[in-house]
Design a protein around this ligand. Sequence first.
Ligand SMILES: [Fe+2]
Length: 408
Amino acid sequence: MAKYKCRDIPEGSYFSGAVYADNGFIIASPEIPVDENIKKLLLRWEFREMSAEGYLLDGPPMDLLSFLEEADADDSDPPNDDERIIRAAEFYTFLSKFTEKLLDKISSSLSAGQDNGGQPPGLVRDDAGISYQELADKMREFCRIILREGRYLLRIMQYKGTPGEGTDGREPDRIAPPSTKNDYQVSHTVKSVILSVVMGGYLKFNDTQLVELGVAALIHESGMLHIPPDTYLTDKPLTREERRAILSHPILGFNMLQSLNFPQNIRLAVLEHHERENGSGYPQRLTGPKIGLYAKIIAVACSFEAITAARPYKDARDGHLGILDLLKNEGGRYDDMALRALIYSLSIYPIGSYVLLSDGRKAQVVDASPNEPRYPIVRILGESDDAPVKTSPAGLRIVRLAPEKGEA
Ligand SMILES: [Fe+2]
């Protein structure tokens, strides 16, 4: 448990877990802030420190359960498309902040990295306070929301504007992911989690499998936290040491999770997420049958995210081109079932893409059609009737991407 000096905690602060006075009494929980009265009492009783199971939050925690209950209750009077994307954006922001805190927590708990006095590299300190059970409980709630709101979350993911830019309420599909200290790691992780869980849903995973897959996606890049971001966010040629450091990140992540007693399924998914079906991956050059299913799914989700996201040294590639790249599957690098899960979940023109239709109108892809990845469901832009329309081979077809909303 982390210790905090009472006087350093701003009034009204929320923690992600229970907060204890030094005598073991709980003084605050995730729903109850450390307020002025609690601080005064603690000081009067001469408690100088408090211990917290969780970490300090930026604001009140999002009430995920009420989010779900509201969504359930709304079935009789379903919110419109714009309202749902705004709600999905709130969840996206919550998930991003949760991820940022988790990665920060891992980062600040890392032991001496690769030079660790003869210990295996990648360990975190015992007092890191990272528990698989806590993460799994949270992920169970995340999975319910991701499966339910997937098509809205996927639209938000396709946004290519400036991170941190807000919405003016008129273009809710343009809500940007929040800007965070470590944008690359956080946004790569959040998108990998959403894509992996959506793909797991397509593959009819049960709850336990979905939670394991989601947690594995959430911490799959934890080994990268040992490596300075300058090393991998650049197009300059890598030195031998830098290359070796990057190639070792799956092992560092595996060792870290071993030291935290995470289940083997999850440790292996982290270890194997850069393995490729044809044996061209790393660190063990495993071939298809030896690679676990979670790792195969995360490999496809991560690769799609990496192809379609902007980096300091490259522009974002459109999702459609990213999908075509993956579909080529040159050299047989990716698992067919995982690729199918991605394409059937997203469509060939991924959810969120702006497209030109065969009758000259412009539209946005808003959902996948079951079993027909080439013919997704679209919403025509600039028309008062915004009912979704299904594209089809004999009817309305997508001709090509429309680069920007409102442009052909
Ligand atoms: Fe990785």
